[in-house]
Design a protein around this ligand. Sequence first.
Ligand code: FAD
Length: 366
Amino acid sequence: VDVLVIGGGLIGLSIAYSAANKGLSVTVIDLPHEGQASVAAAGMLAPLAESLSQTPLVPLAIKSLRLWPLFIDQLRDDATAELVMNGPGTLRLAHTSQEELGLLDAFMWQKAMDMDVECVSNEELHGLEPALNCDIRFATLSPQEKHVDPRVVLSTLREACCNRGVKLLVNEMAQEFTSTDLKIDGVRLKGSIMVCADHYVVAGGAWSQPLLEPLYHLPVVPVKGQAASLGPFERTPFAHTLYSQHGYLLPRPNGTVYAGATEEHSGYDGHMTVEGVESQRKIATTMVPCLESAPLQRGYSGLRPVSPDGRPILGNIPGWDNLHVATGHGRNGVLLTPLTGQLMAEHLTKTNQIPKAFAVSRFSNS
Ligand SMILES: Cc1cc2nc3c(=O)[nH]c(=O)nc-3n(C[C@H](O)[C@H](O)[C@H](O)COP(=O)(O)OP(=O)(O)OC[C@H]3O[C@@H](n4cnc5c(N)ncnc54)[C@H](O)[C@@H]3O)c2cc1C
């Protein structure tokens, strides 16, 4: 095959799908680990709510947000699942006067980025979402920041990949690379089976670094996120995604509320804990008090792959002709799915370069 992708989360599948759309033959190897990030994610597409300061990630995240409608249209042609962008947008909430000042500061540069964003006064806010805690004094509203269900995106991408001729080797683990003269010539699976390709892309999320370690040190660490799903309600008590400095709440069309998420540096342990999940309900009630009595439907736990500057790491691994990586998406991997697929497919077909803000080379001296 032309390209072998290691990792079948949102990032690996989006690369496989985009590369297949450019005419490349692609195989994906995936062994779902406990704590796979893509199945635990909330699915917010929220470049503004996620950033109170103007970092180099923001313009690229906005670019990816704008690709989502087209990405969904394209997937509709290749898969049957009903994938939609949900919600009337995101309210970023301020509990204190200091948080209000932070939101007003961010509002100035966010407006300049050509995004719909507006200030919502206390009175308007509580009229808009009556279930909110009356302590919340101010908010900004960004109607374009909707959400998707990451599990539906994942199954849609799998189906679309198959229909585009991508071969999926599920429940297979890539154990190590073999190489000759700074060129990778195969990946060893269990039982000494070798899989060979012209190009290899490591998109193994938080587990990318251990696979690459013998060849290259990638500064990516696993950061565990735990979340709770509350309900179901006949109708969720609020309609917008609610985002505060302490956590966020996302109302799903099926009547449940997703409350997330912790940030824990606990290595590769992807297990859920009672304390982790329950802590999210407590934070949820600081935003919407009536959630205190809501039944816990289920918990989630996932390991986010996090880079030192919080930006993805994409492109060629220095020193290796045919070895590439796409990881480090941290808290924004769902949002960045369409852009990552596009950038990596353009990189593999040599039709465009990876933007400097995302390139592996920014860590070459570390
Ligand atoms: C609780 C939580 C909430 C989140 N909410 C949001 C959100 O609202 N919006 C947003 O944009 N992002 C969110 N994220 C972040 C997002 O989920 C991640 O950035 C994204 O899913 C990373 O995708 P990935 O494909 O790189 O990794 P993963 O989904 O972890 O997939 C990697 C896959 O590769 C496999 N793999 C690894 N190594 C090997 C190997 N050697 N051989 C075979 N297979 C291998 C793994 O088992 C796994 O299946 C959230 C994350 C968490 C944990």
